[in-house]
Each structure stands twice: as C-alpha cells, then as structure tokens.
Design a protein around this ligand. Structure first.
Ligand code: S3P
Length: 428
C-alpha cells in the first residue's frame, strides 16, 4: 500500500490547471462511441476510472486511438457495439458500471460487468429497478443489488421514471437505456443532479429535451453526431486546491479553465458563504459546458449549515469541504447527505474517523456530519480506506496541520487525479 508524508505548508502560490472532468470524460467516450463517425476528444482525463470506460468500449469493438494531445474515437452508432469476449471490469468506477448497465440492457448481446472490492460493495438496485421496468434482464449478487451484474440485452420500452434520489448515475443509466428503447423515456429527480449527460446528448443532436428544472426525455430513434469534445477541468479536483489555498495562510492561486456548470458549483457557493475569497474570471463556454478561471485567496472561515437541496451540487466535495469546516470558526452542520454512505467509501464514517485523527471533533449523523471547527489541527497518520477523495482531502488537512502527517493508501488517487501530489509540490 502506497504511503505519502506531508509537512505543514508555507503559503501556496501560483497558477495551476487540473485534469479534465471525470464525469464529462466518461460521457465523452460513451457518446463518441455511439455516434456516427469519428470524434476527437481533447483534455480527456487520463485516470484509472476513465480508462475503465475506455477499455470497455474497446472490448465492444470500438476503435479508440490515443496520442499525447487527443483521443480519436471511431463511433459505431447506437446499434454498432459488439458482444464483449470477456467480463467488463469497471475497476473502482461507479459511473462506468451504472451507465454501462443502462446502455447494455438495450443492446442485443450478453455482457457481465464487475469491479474492484470497493465497487462490488456498492448498490446497483437503484439502476436495476428502473431498467427492469423498461424490460431489462439483469442479474447480480444480492438480488441484483451488487456487482457483478450479468445483462441479457433485449428490446426495451420507454418509461416515465421518477427517481427517488438525485443521482446523475441513475438518471444517465436510464437515459442511455432510453436511446434504444421504444417510445419516449423520461426521468425526473427530486433535485437536479449534474446534467452533463443531457448537455452532451443535446450537443450531439439527440432527439430529447428538458421538461422542467429536473426532468429530461429522450425519444426512440435518436442518432448522435460525431464532433470535437474539449473536456473542461474538473471542479471536483479543483476543490482540493480551493480549500488548500483558503486554509493555508498567505496563499493565492489561480486554477485555470475549470468547469463551472451550475449543477457542480455548490462547493464555491458554500465556501463563499463561509467567508472564502473566491472569484471566477475569464468566464466562457466549451462544448455546452461553462468554464472559468478560479482565483482563491486565503481567508478566515466560519461554520455553516447545509442541507438536502444543495447536496447534489457538491456531493463529491464533502470530504474537501469537511477540511475547510475543521479549521473554521464554529460548527458546520451537513444534513440530507445519506448518499455519502454509498460512495467509494462510507464517507460519513471515513471523514469522521480520519479527520478525527487531526484532533477535530466530528459527530456522525445518519445522513451527515457535524464538524466543530478549531484554530489548530495537529499532524496525523491517516488512511484513505481505498477512497481517492478521502486521501486528497486528508492531504489538504496535512498542509495546514502542525508537524508531519502520513496518508496511507494514496494509490487510490490514481482513480481520478494521478498528478495531485505533483501539483501540490509545484505550488507548496
Ligand atoms: C457521477 C455522479 C455522482 C458522483 C460521481 C460521478 C457521474 O454520483 O458522486 O462521482 O459521473 O454521474 P451519483 O449520481 O450516484 O450521486
């Protein structure tokens, strides 16, 4: 297991770029594979999770060529995928297994998808239930609730699905099944989750559309046009540096070309509410996704209360946000975040146990956390629990903590952000 030692940092200064957005990178490969003709993807995230998706499409007969600056995907059309010879391995990637389950339910061949030991503990019932309503034939462990899943692809019917949870993976899985289903497939969710699938479908000419703030439909017979996709920087990766610059005294950094889709910017809203000096500059647009430079200066933070409505807009940033809360003035209360229990680790439990080792008082709620901020935190020896975002959040805490810290299990960082520690060194 790889370990990393981190010392308290001096002021963080400089201009950095974070790698391409993970969610958009998965979708770029999926939709370019399903398009008619060649697509060129630039700034695709080169990390294990995205490679799991890329390898899955190669295994289904899609030619994907990779050079240093771009990836060319030779799209095969929505009916052109081939039965894979072997089991598809999604590794640690929930997005890969959930989105592919929807897509492969409507393809006329047999497939099996598995993942690593962490993914094999994560629930699949959330996608299997609506897909089964569409006519999908899916089997899996624990009553088709855990991977591996086996899928006997068949003809599907469109449904109107009211998702009980705000989950982009569930929504996207059903919409991907909807691409080959008969009639119209509509998904509503309680709060709008990240809408990269919808934006990319529309940008590629699918016949679908928005129904209201949290509804989207796709009609049968959609075809997708190939083209160029330039992936914006990942705000979920940027979040670690935003928090680091806020909490390490004297810091000032600029993070260039980060995606600022409003379904993802909850972290900026909450950190500003806490008193963070954060501004967006050079605002623009890349293939239907808003983008900006994020400028951050160290700030005194105060505790804040956040609840259910904002959670889908910052679900992956709660480990980073918890570190900001740990050094804020007063308590931060996070509720309505039960989904954290089924992420790469149970992030309510792992934030409590690992942040606790820095001397921070953290109370675990069934659906959230109460974090008592304090002026000083002490260096600690912590564990990632195989979760990339826990490893990176604890590395950020270590930059502020007195003395030295050690993070065990930093190999997990490769799932989303292999250059994370190099960037810390470049500005620290
Ligand atoms: C993702 C959606 C989110 C997020 C995950 C990536 C996606 O999961 O936590 O890291 O790419 O669709 P849920 O949709 O299950 O909340």
């Amino acid at each position: 297991m790889r370990k990393k030692s981190i010392h308290k940092a001096g002021a963080l200064k400089g201009e950095i770029s974070v790698p391409g957005d993970k969610s958009i990178s998965h979708r770029a490969i999926i939709f370019a594979s399903l398009a008619e003709g060649d697509s060129k993807i630039t700034n695709l995230l080169n990390a294990d999770d995205v490679m799991s998706t890329l390898n899955a499409f190669r295994a289904m007969g899609v030619e994907i060529h990779d050079d240093d600056t771009s990836v060319i995907v030779k799209g095969v059309g929505i009916r052109g995928l081939k039965e894979p010879d072997d089991i598809i391995n999604a590794g640690n990637s929930g997005t890969t297994i959930r989105l592919l389950s929807g897509l492969l339910s409507g393809q006329k061949f047999f497939s099996v998808i598995t993942g690593d030991k962490y993914l094999r503990r994560r629930p699949m019932g959330r996608v299997v239930k609506p897909l089964t309503k569409m006519g999908a034939r899916i089997w899996g462990k624990e009553g088709a609730n855990k991977p591996p899943v086996a899928i006997n692809g068949c003809s599907l019917n469109g449904i109107e699905f009211h998702s009980p949870i705000a989950s982009a993976q569930v929504k996207s899985s059903v919409l991907l099944a909807g691409i080959t289903a008969s009639g119209r497939t509509t998904v509503y969710e309680p709060y709008l989750s990240r809408d990269h699938t919808e934006r990319m479908l529309l940008a590629m000419g699918a016949s679908g559309g928005k129904l209201d703030d949290s509804g989207f439909y796709i009609d049968s017979g959609s075809t997708l046009e190939s083209g160029e996709i330039n992936v914006v920087g990942d705000i979920s990766s940027a979040a670690f540096f935003i928090v680091a610059a806020l909490i390490v005294a004297g810091s000032e950094i600029r993070i260039k070309r980060v995606g600022v889709n409003p379904t993802r910017t909850g972290i900026i809203d909450v950190l500003k509410q806490m008193g963070g000096d954060i501004s967006l500059e050079n605002i623009g647009d890349e293939a239907g996704e808003p983008v900006a430079d994020i400028v951050v200066r160290s700030s005194s933070l105060k505790g804040v209360r956040i609840g259910r409505e904002i959670i889908p807009r910052l679900i992956d940033e709660i480990p980073a946000l918890s570190v900001a809360a740990a050094v804020a003035d007063g308590a931060t209360v996070i509720t309505g975040a039960k989904e954290l229990r089924v992420k790469e680790s149970d992030r309510i439990a792992t934030v409590k146990s690992e942040l606790g080792k820095f001397g921070v008082m953290v109370e675990e709620l069934e659906d959230g956390l109460i974090i008592e901020g304090r002026e000083n935190i002490r260096g600690a020896s912590v564990d990632s629990h195989g979760d990339h975002r826990i490893a990176m959040a604890m590395a950020v805490a270590a930059l502020r903590a007195e003395g030295d810290s050690t993070i065990k299990g930093v190999g997990s960082v490769d799932t989303s952000f292999p250059t994370f520690f190099d960037i810390i060194e470049s500005i620290g």
